[in-house]
Write a protein that binds this ligand. Structure first.
Ligand SMILES: [Zn+2]
Length: 241
C-alpha cells in the first residue's frame, strides 16, 4: 500500500513540479531507500522523464506560471476530489501506523488514487479503435498522427488523461494488457514543441518510440515503455510487432 501511495505521488514530485511539501518529500525519499521495487521503478520513471525533456524544446518559464497552473487546477473538475483524496491517504497512513486493525480503512480510501484520478481522465469509447479515439480526441483539439492510427493496436487503451510535464499540458494515452504483461504510455506532443534531431534519435532508442515524424500532422506520438512492451502493442502484421 505504501508503494501504491508513492507511485501516486510521483507526478507531484518531479523536479520541475516541486509540488510536494518537504515532509512528504522526506517520506518519499525514505521509502525509496527501503524499497528496491519502488527505487527501480523511480529510476526508470526519471529516465523517461529525461528522454521527454530532451525531445521537447527548452521552455522559457513565464513569470505568471504558478498562477496559471493554479487557475488550471481550479478548472479541473476533480480538483477537490484530488485534495481530499491526498488528505485521506495521509490520514490513512497515520492510522495504519497506529494500528493494523484499521488497515481495511486505509486500503479502502487509498485505492482510488491513481494517475488518471489525479488529473481527470477523458471518458473512453466503449470499444477503443483507432478511428473512435481519433474522433474523440479531435473534439478535444488533438489530432492523432496517421502512423499511430495505422500501426498501433488501440484495443488495449485503458485511459486518456492530461499531465503537466516539462512546463506543458500533455495528452497521454495509456495502454495496458488485461493481464498487465505490458504497459506503455503514448504522449501526444505538438510538433512545434519538439526538437526534430532528438525525436529522430528516440525513434529507435530502447524504451522510446516516435510515430508520425514523416507526416505533416500537428502532433507526434512519443511512446514510453519497456522495449518489449512497446513492440507488443504494434498491430499484428506490422513489421515491428
Ligand atoms: Zn515501495
Amino acid at each position: 500500500m505504501l508503494c501504491e501511495l508513492l507511485r501516486a505521488m510521483q507526478p507531484l514530485a518531479r523536479n520541475w513540479a516541486r509540488e510536494l511539501p518537504p515532509s512528504e518529500l522526506q517520506w518519499l525519499q525514505s521509502h525509496l531507500q527501503q524499497c528496491p521495487a519502488c527505487s527501480a521503478w523511480w529510476q526508470r520513471e526519471q529516465a523517461w522523464d529525461a528522454a521527454l525533456h530532451r525531445a521537447m524544446t527548452d521552455v522559457t518559464v513565464p513569470a505568471d506560471l504558478l498562477e496559471r497552473i493554479w487557475q488550471r487546477w481550479q478548472l479541473e473538475k476533480r480538483y477537490t476530489y484530488r485534495q481530499r483524496a491526498m488528505r485521506l491517504a495521509l490520514a490513512a497512513l497515520v492510522l495504519l501506523a497506529a494500528t493494523i486493525v484499521l488497515g481495511w480503512y486505509a486500503n479502502f480510501y487509498v485505492r482510488p488514487i491513481d494517475l488518471a484520478a489525479l488529473t481527470g481522465p477523458i471518458r473512453l469509447p466503449d470499444h477503443p479503435s483507432a478511428e473512435a479515439v481519433t474522433n474523440l480526441l479531435e473534439r478535444h483539439g488533438i489530432s492523432v498522427p496517421a502512423e499511430l492510427q495505422r500501426r498501433w493496436d488501440f484495443r488495449y487503451l485503458k485511459a486518456i488523461y492530461y499531465t503537466y510535464e516539462q512546463g506543458r499540458w500533455l495528452c497521454n494515452l495509456e495502454f495496458r494488457r488485461d493481464d498487465s504483461s505490458a504497459h506503455v504510455v503514448v504522449k501526444l506532443l505538438p510538433r512545434r514543441w519538439c526538437r526534430n534531431d532528438q525525436l529522430e534519435m528516440f525513434r529507435h532508442y530502447p524504451g522510446t518510440a516516435v510515430l508520425g515524424l514523416d507526416e505533416d500532422s500537428p502532433y507526434i506520438a512519443f511512446v514510453i515503455g519497456q522495449p518489449e512492451h512497446i513492440a507488443s502493442f504494434y498491430r499484428e502484421g506490422d513489421p515491428t510487432g
